[in-house]
Unconditional design. Sequence first.
Length: 315
Amino acid sequence: MIVSISHEHDLDGLGSQAIIKRYYDTSSSKETIKLLDANYTNFIEIVNKQLTSEINISNLIISDIGFNKSFKTLFHLFKSAKKKNCRILWFDHHIVDASIKKKIRKLIDVYVNDVQKCAAEILKDYFLPNDPVAVKIADFARDTDFKTEEYKLASDIQLIIGYNIGPKGFNNRRKIVELLSEGKFNDQWFETQIRELEKWIKEQSDFAIQNVIKINIRNFGNAYISYAKIGGGKITELLKKEYPDSLAYIGIDLRYNEIIIHSDFIQCREFARYFGGGGHKNRAGFKHPHTFTDKKELSERFIQDIKKVLPKFKK
């Protein structure tokens, strides 16, 4: 069996998986491919479950997941997998310390990390460099990951993914991967999803703007925090548009208490790593054990932690 584990939250992660699926669907391989997705907080659990199962895995392919220090607990599993003839391939574009990259390369069969590309571009170059469908998927993924905003369809698919994160959206995420892998970019299913989520986007966007909290950090500047039942990345985009002069924007997805920080002035990855998360220089994700009070209000502990930690990572 071939197992693919990719980042569930964005088009780069699911697009990467679509390229993997397309490669094996069009190859002579008769092996079953199992598609799973993960985020920074459940990645260890998912990898552990696969590598300790009784299933014979020939290839474990990881894409677009980044790395934080807690992932080191998987290194012994990688060693064991190699002894069982399980090839591990890891494709990524997040910033990873040179010492960690060196260690990973010694433990697994293939490790490619290129911060100048999105993960789907790396996968396309490795598996299907001349395939027009894979090229288009990679173009869409780069558009959303690097915020170039050239393709409306890419933005729409990203919204659909944001609507379908978490366990309840698993089947719809598989549908997205299937359609992308088959090159069905204009399938009616995408339009149906967009129509269904338009009201949700409007309601939750309004809710996020109505519940903005401004925090002022002495000798540092302002940061804005808000929350809604919508992706944290979408919330930070709304905050940046509403308050363009802030140093940092933090969005909390109430559905899963997942938090995104976006800033051009903060080392977001290092900030997120402080809380056990990870990501990119200007955008990263993390969790906090005490985000809200019992009254569903932002806790003072969370606010004080943000005030204390943000200045440590100013560029």
